[in-house]
Structures are given as C-alpha cells and as structure tokens.
Design a protein around this ligand. Sequence first.
Ligand code: ATP
Ligand code: MN
Ligand code: MN
Length: 388
Amino acid sequence: SDVSSTSSVTHVSQYACQRKSTLDNKNKIFTDTLELLAENCEFDENAGSFVAYSRATSVLKSLPYPITGMNDLEGLPCIGDQTRVIIEELLEEGVCSKVESLLCDEKYKARKLFTSVFGVGVKTADKWYGLGFRTLEEIKARKDITFTKMQKAGFLYYEDILQAVKKSEAEAVIQIIGDIVGQCAPDAKVTLTGGFRRGKEVGHDVDLLITCLEEGNEEGVLHKAISKLDRHGLLLFCDVVEATMEKRQLPSRKYDAMDHFQKCFLILKLDKRLVNKRDYGLASGSAVRLTDKRTEDENKTMIKGWKAIRVDLVIVPSQQFAYALLGWSGSRQFERDLRRYCSQEKRMLLDNHGLYDKNTQEFLKAETEEEIFAHLGLEYIEPQERNA
Ligand code: ATP
Ligand code: MN
Ligand code: MN
C-alpha cells in the first residue's frame, strides 16, 4: 500500500511473508553475525533486541544483492540503529567486536554448549552455569544432578545428534516412518515438513506430519507406530505429547505458540545401510575406508553401523492439514511474520490449526497452502522461498 511509484528501488516489505528468501543468501557475513547476537538476546530474554536483530537478519536474507556500503540500506525496513552499527563495523573492520567478545564470554559459551544437549533449555543451562560448571564432562560426572529422561538421552546420543542430519538420512527416515505408519492405517500419509521441505541440505532433525484421508482414522496411529518402531529396535528415545485441542478455540495471539496436535519427539536408530551411500563418502561396497573427508564423529557412526537421528512426528486431522503444513514448514521468522501480518494487516488470527477472521467472526477453511495465502490476500510463497 505504501509503495512509492517514483522510486526505482523495489519496495521491500517489513513482513517476511511478503518477501522471497531462498537459501542463496547474498549477505551471509552480516546475517551470521546478527543471528548470533539475536541468539544471545534470546538467552538473555531480551525480547525487544531479539526481535530487532531477527527481523533485520531476515530482511538481509531476502536481498538479491550483497550489501557493500551503508547506502545499500536506504529504504530497507527493520534496520534499526543497533543493526546499522553492526553492519557499519562489519563493512569497515570485517569483524564485529560484540561477537568477538561474546565468543570469548564464559556465560555465552556455557549456554551455547549446554543447550546443544537435547532436552536442555536456557533455564537449565543457567542453573548449571551458576553451579560453576563449564564443560559437559563435569556435568556428566556428577552423581548429584538429576536429569530428565530427555536429557539422559541427549547426553547418551550427544555426538550423533550434534552432527547435522543429511538429506539422504532424512529420506531414509521418511521411508521407514512411511512403511510403519502405512501398517497402522491404510490411508495414512507421511509428509515432510520443516527445513528439509524448504530445500535445506542438512537439518537438526526430520519433521514429519502424519494424516489420514478419512478424518478420524489417524486416532491411535501414533501409539501403534511407536510400538512398532520399538519392536523393530529402532526407538532410542520417545516423548509423546497428547493432543490438547479444544473445539473451536480461537487461534493464539502469541506469534511463537506451540500447537495442540498430538506429537512426539523421537530419537531413531538409523541403520547406515539404509542410507544412500553418497553422503557417507563411500564409493562402493561395504568396506569402511576412513577417508579424511569425513569427520571423526562421522567415522564413529560408520564403525558402529547406525546413527541416532532426531525426528518430530505430528498427527494432524485432514481438515487442519494445510494449516499444520504451513505452520511446521517454517522458517521461524517466516511463521512469526505471517501471524503478525494476519493480526496487524487483516484483523485475522492464524495458527497451526486454522485461520479466524475477526471481521466476519468465522473460521476460513483451506485444503492447500495456496488457499491460505489467498485468504490472506498474499502472493503464494514456495517453501524454498520461505528461508527468511
Ligand atoms: P532445522 O533444520 O534446524 O530442524 P527447522 O526450520 O526444521 O530447522 P524446527 O525447529 O525443526 O526447525 O521447526 C520447524 C518448524 O516447526 C518451525 O517453523 C517451528 O515454528 C515449528 N515448530 C517446532 N516445534 C514446534 C512445536 N512444538 N509446536 C508447534 N510448532 C513447532
Ligand atoms: Mn526441523
Ligand atoms: Mn523439529
């Protein structure tokens, strides 16, 4: 609406859902720095600065050209003073002093290290830091610390989980889950979502939606599938969260809210023989050659013959499938801006279950993501363009 007609510079929207952001990021030097600063603000629960750095990062990711001077920032939204200072320093010095000191900061280093364990959040990390711990070895060695089941699994499979999940591994996981879920309900369908759906080559986990053609058939599928995985010896860890759906509940106003679907957070034991060999650097046959192309941890995976992989499974009733797919496809910033756009520009409320129009006081049905974008008056953005 506020596009100036005289300007030759294309207008960049303040909302990520009105920009296209592919994985071809022309401003990685800037966005890596800003993302680290945003992460530290999130650790500090400094919501204001977290949002400022995150939005600025996202705007830079959408640009088809690299920023080469401060003039390039003219007319861009969401680039505030604290961001400008960082960009200016990077342009002049090539490094950011704030990041340099953060990377040497005891508290930041401990938070980063501790939260890299599955099941450990900032609260726990800060508790351990306060107790004087600085390494994972110190924590593991203590007999007087109680760990949750999730954290125990996190320590047990730490090296595997820390390694990124590769696309070929995600494909093998889809195959396994697809087979098993198909045995639990004949009309069940598994859909890849999350970062891999956005075209990423690696991820921290595999996000899958499970839905049935006929509404209601998905009931019981999750527990059946989990016991099958267990009987096949594939289940290393499982945390089921039951559905908490209240009928006709209005979408949450929070931009970062969790959804109400039945879901589980898994660690699967993935047999390396099920994974396409190209990603393990093996030319042919089963002989394990320790080439220096692989990391030490990857070599360990090769020797033990399997790798622990984080998987999220979400059970979705078919009526809500399009909304769940949109909500789980990410990126986080794309989702936050989509919801913010809805409430600020459209007087609508969006979440992973549906879209509520406050103007007409009704829920809007959608069978595809395209229909949801149409309801919102937005140009459709492909998943590969949602890497905001
Ligand atoms: P990565 O490659 O690191 O896994 P990702 O984009 O797939 O990147 P995830 O943390 O797996 O990141 O999340 C995928 C999407 O699902 C995000 O958009 C996030 O908002 C959403 N999401 C994650 N966890 C939940 C949850 N418990 N409830 C609702 N939505 C979630
Ligand atoms: Mn993911
Ligand atoms: Mn996930």
